[in-house]
Design a protein around this ligand. Structure first.
Ligand code: FEO
Length: 162
């Protein structure tokens, strides 16, 4: 059984993962609006993955006889000045999420909640990948030049994300 503090923290994380999904859906819409359909596709997959993250927490709350409490999802930003700015924000956002996951791990250690600690290890590893993926795209955009005409090669590459 989860402690009340842990139950609240995990429910908050469900909300933050759904916010991530919503944020990336907004970024996908932005890329569609500037005709970078490969970027839009990559971001749509990312949005779907974030919903998957939310569901992992949601299902875990039930598995530990907890109660799911769904709250309002914050509206994400809708406009960016360039593709590079979008991916800089993805990278910064993922670093913030890493901080949230680390705080959950700290709480699990404090509460001696071994099951939650173990469940969170998947997210600890996932965040390494999430940050690396975003940082790589930030670098590629810098190398190619942050204007749509220079990004078609990368757009093609990102369109292949499965
Ligand atoms: Fe759910 Fe992108 O971290």
């Amino acid at each position: 059984m989860l402690s009340k503090t842990m139950e609240e923290a995990l429910n908050r994380q469900v909300n933050r993962e759904l916010y991530s999904s919503y944020l990336y859906l907004g970024m996908s819409a932005y890329f569609t609006s500037v005709n970078l359909t490969g970027f839009a596709h990559w971001m749509m997959i990312q949005s779907n993955e974030e919903r998957g993250h939310a569901m992992k927490f949601y299902e875990y709350i039930f598995a530990r006889q907890g109660k799911a409490t769904l709250d309002t999802i914050e509206a994400p930003k809708a406009k960016w000045s360039s593709s590079g700015k979008v991916f800089e924000e993805v990278y910064a956002h993922e670093q913030k999420v890493t901080g949230m996951i680390n705080a959950l791990v700290d709480l699990a250690i404090k509460e001696k909640d071994h099951a939650t600690f173990e469940m969170l290890q998947w997210f600890v590893k996932e965040q390494v990948e999430e940050e690396a993926n975003a940082a790589l795209i930030v670098d590629k955009i810098k190398t190619l030049g942050d204007i749509p005409g220079h990004l078609f090669y990368l757009d093609h590459e990102l369109s292949k994300r499965a």
